[in-house]
Design a protein around this ligand. Structure first.
Ligand code: ZN
Length: 163
């Protein structure tokens, strides 16, 4: 499954199988998420075509929680207390690098051998079948650069005393 349209077809079929009412807003949320490859924030989803002006942020959030309970949507955590959401398409690469400072999220492609080793390790602990969703938290290059440009707190104190 690779195209946005296939992702949308999958999400709608899961909704139908769960006998979930598929309103125009719910369909618009799924359409927006199906066009994304990395998790997106609630605010972005609320501003999507067919969503903005049709319901409030609370309704969007409740809808996403409903989708999450049905395993259609995955919630990806960041250290900034912002919720990020993506479609939980089976068989897809669901591994992400997440910046703990700015919340930036990028796809993390793992080698087939790595994925196999994780599956084998899980099987050795009698976990099966295994769906792998890796979240690796770190600091992105932009935030590292910003850190290097900022003066150390001790140097700030010296500079203030000098004025
Ligand atoms: Zn960052």
């Amino acid at each position: 499954m690779t195209t946005s349209e296939q992702h949308l077809v999958w999400a709608i079929s899961v909704c139908r199988a769960a006998q979930m009412r598929l309103t125009l807003v719910r369909r618009a949320i799924l359409q927006f998420l199906s066009s994304r490859r990395v998790p997106v924030m609630l605010e972005m989803i609320s501003q999507a075509d067919g969503v903005q002006g049709h319901c409030d942020v609370t309704t969007v959030y409740r809808t996403l929680r409903l989708f999450k309970d049905a395993d259609i949507v995955r919630l990806v955590g960041t250290s900034r207390k912002e919720s990020h959401f993506c479609l939980n398409v089976p068989g897809e690469n669901n591994h992400f690098l997440i910046c703990r400072e700015c919340g930036r999220t990028v796809l993390l492609r793992l080698a087939t051998a790595t994925v196999s080793k994780i599956a084998a390790a899980a099987a050795a602990r009698e976990f099966s079948p295994v769906k792998q969703d890796c979240e690796v938290h770190g600091v992105c290059n932009d935030c590292q650069q910003t850190r290097q440009c900022e003066p150390l707190p001790s140097k700030l104190a010296v500079a203030r005393r000098g004025t």
